[in-house]
Design a protein around this ligand. Structure first.
Ligand SMILES: Nc1ncnc2c1ncn2[C@@H]1O[C@H](COP(=O)(O)OP(=O)(O)O)[C@@H](O)[C@H]1O
Ligand SMILES: [Mg+2]
Length: 254
């Protein structure tokens, strides 16, 4: 599904990613944890093609394609989905129109005809039910005046509609209450099968209890410094990051 090799990236001339290696196979869920400022959001931004970041070295292969050579919109159309840590509001554009444009752009990329109105509405209904999204919400403008929980639900709905191959969820450090966590976890779990994968970036051990990743990584100072099974999330919850930081600082001479 995804292979990241020796990825280096800078922002404003400062190196943030210092050689990331990461392999995500079909059907796997990976969690990325790590102290603030480690480069977690930078990694998701680089994978989805945010132009603020400059890739200075490394290779990323997504579904057999050279991801870094693809335009951001083509990455999305090829099946990469990024949840937004800070979702944008788009006043005047209804969720329905927004989703129709997104779905049809993806279908065009796949060489398919646009969905007709009836099939599109059917898909909307199906997916709305799946994520328990109120129909009133889907008639409103994208994210405008949505509460934090509503934005989350909406985002998971977008994910369900687009049926991405790889979802990257970058969760905020604060403001995600237990209900919102449940929405995210249920969405990821319902949509997950052995041909799709997810990368969940989070501080919350609790979220990882609900999602059950196959692999947990710790990103620290621009590198993945520890990779283990799901028990690592619990260990971090109990012990914090200091023991991991110390080992990494010793290994990388910082
Ligand atoms: N626009 C920017 N200009 C300079 N430095 C930045 C910018 N955005 C992020 N950084 C720095 O990049 C580092 C990694 O940030 P980020 O990827 O957001 O970390 P995380 O998501 O792990 O908390 C931090 O040290 C942050 O200060
Ligand atoms: Mg972040």
């Amino acid at each position: 599904m995804l292979e990241v090799r020796n990825l280096h990236a800078t922002i404003a001339g400062k190196e943030i990613l210092k050689g990331i290696n990461l392999t995500v196979r079909d059907g796997e869920i990976h969690a990325i944890m790590g102290p603030n400022g480690s480069g977690k959001s930078t990694l998701s931004a680089v994978l989805t093609g945010n132009p603020l970041y400059e890739v200075t070295d490394g290779v990323v292969i997504f579904e057999g394609q050279d991801l870094l050579q693809m335009k951001p919109e083509d990455r999305a159309r090829a099946g990469l989905f990024l949840s937004f840590q800070y979702p944008v509001e788009i006043p005047g554009v209804s969720m329905t129109n927004f989703m129709r444009a997104a779905i049809n752009a993806k279908r065009e990329y796949e060489g398919k005809e646009p969905l007709n109105a009836a099939d599109f509405m059917k898909l909307m209904r199906e997916k709305r039910k799946l994520v328990d999204l109120d129909s009133k919400l889907s008639r409103r403008s994208v994210n405008e005046g949505f509460s934090g929980g509503e934005k989350k639900r909406n985002e998971i709905f977008q994910m369900a509609m687009l049926e991405p191959k790889l979802s990257i969820l970058d969760e905020t450090d604060s403001g995600l209450d237990v209900d919102a966590m449940r929405v995210v976890a249920d969405g990821v779990n319902k949509m997950h099968n052995d041909t799709t994968s997810a990368i969940v970036i989070t501080h919350y051990e609790r979220l990882l209890d609900m999602i059950k990743p196959n692999v947990v990584h710790v990103l620290y100072n621009g590198r993945i410094v520890k990779t283990a099974g799901p028990q690592l999330a619990r260990e971090i919850e109990q012990r914090g990051y200091d023991w991991i930081k110390e080992a990494a600082d010793a290994a990388f001479g910082e």
